[in-house]
Design a protein around this ligand. Structure first.
Ligand SMILES: [Zn+2]
Length: 310
């Protein structure tokens, strides 16, 4: 199956957010490299979502705030401007992740060149996230009847606080977050949280979470999480910000370590026959090309481990 049958991308995945640490150009950047280097010829293109899809997660009042296009107490913690274009960007991210989830259930895996906006709550924006596409995707496949149990594996350097809060007390969606404890955000409780501190407590100022420590921690946790949650689908938030040259993270993973991280997730899913849909999440490398390279490898690793010919 061509790689384009697994890749979800819209050329409209961009919005003007002004001067900002969030690199909007990364989505088109990954797409272009897949075209030039990996034989990608067209992708699955999401359409803007029906309100019904968003209302499974977000409140009508909050969606009305977004539609009005001016900040309210519910939207202001986004740390982003709020325009119609920006609201549309986040709506499209939701349908993109829902399309990726549906595609994964049909074809074994999918990668959304977008999404992973895990800091958005039911009725509150936070941390560059207005709408929680992971939650919308989980609810979409549940509403379809194509998956009952969904597990979110969130490996962004920041905790998936919005996702955790949305699914708190809901046994049909299991949330797992491996993140930097001494960093944004204020933590919510996921079904499984592993918060690693970024420094060696016995040697303040020294880097601590390197490839070896991270991957050892992850591999042990993945086996337990999948055994405990027994999902029909995994939604993978493959944040690029555990990278050693990230501006907003304190981990010290190398490009190679991040590639092995992705492979670990996919292998664990493959061993249990669980389809997986990947989303990008954060990524604030000093050099945007590094963020693009990390996300690109998340797609390539899926193809390597989970299949798909040129
Ligand atoms: Zn992040």
């Amino acid at each position: 199956m061509p790689i384009g049958d697994h890749v979800v991308y819209s050329p409209r995945s961009w919005a003007d957010i002004g001067p900002h640490v969030f690199p909007m150009e990364k989505y088109a950047g990954v797409y272009r490299r897949l075209e030039e280097e990996d034989g990608l010829a067209g992708s699955l293109v999401p359409e803007p979502p029906a309100d019904e899809e968003l209302l499974r997660v977000h409140s009508p009042a909050y969606l009305a705030d977004l539609a009005d296009g001016h900040h309210t107490p519910r939207t202001v913690a986004s740390e982003l401007p709020l325009t119609g274009e920006i609201a549309d960007f986040f709506r499209l991210a939701c349908s993109g992740s829902a399309l990726a989830a549906r595609t994964a259930l049909e074809r074994g895996w999918a990668a959304h060149l977008g999404g992973g906006f895990h800091h958005a709550f039911r009725e509150k924006a936070e941390g560059f996230c207005y709408l929680n596409d992971l939650a919308v995707a989980a609810r979409a496949v549940q509403a379809d009847g194509s998956a009952e149990r969904v597990t979110v594996i969130d490996l962004d350097v920041h905790q998936g606080n919005g996702t955790a809060a949305i699914f708190r007390g809901d046994s049909s969606v299991y949330t797992f977050s491996l993140h930097q404890e001494d960093n944004y955000p204020v933590k919510e409780r996921s079904d499984r949280d592993i918060g690693l501190v970024s420094f060696d407590p016995s040697r303040p100022g020294t880097a601590w979470v390197d490839d070896a420590l991270y991957l050892e921690t992850l591999d042990a946790a993945l086996a337990e999480v999948l055994e405990e949650s027994r999902p029909d689908l995994v939604l993978y938030q493959a944040g690029a910000d555990p990278y050693e040259r990230d501006q907003l993270g304190g981990f010290r993973l190398t490009l190679d370590g991040l590639r092995r991280r992705d492979e670990s997730v996919y292998r664990a899913c493959r061993q249990r026959g669980v389809p997986v849909a990947a989303t990008f999440g954060g990524g604030y490398a000093i050099d945007v090309a590094d963020t693009i390279a990390i996300h690109l490898e998340t797609v390539r690793a899926a193809r390597r481990v989970l299949g798909g010919a040129a």
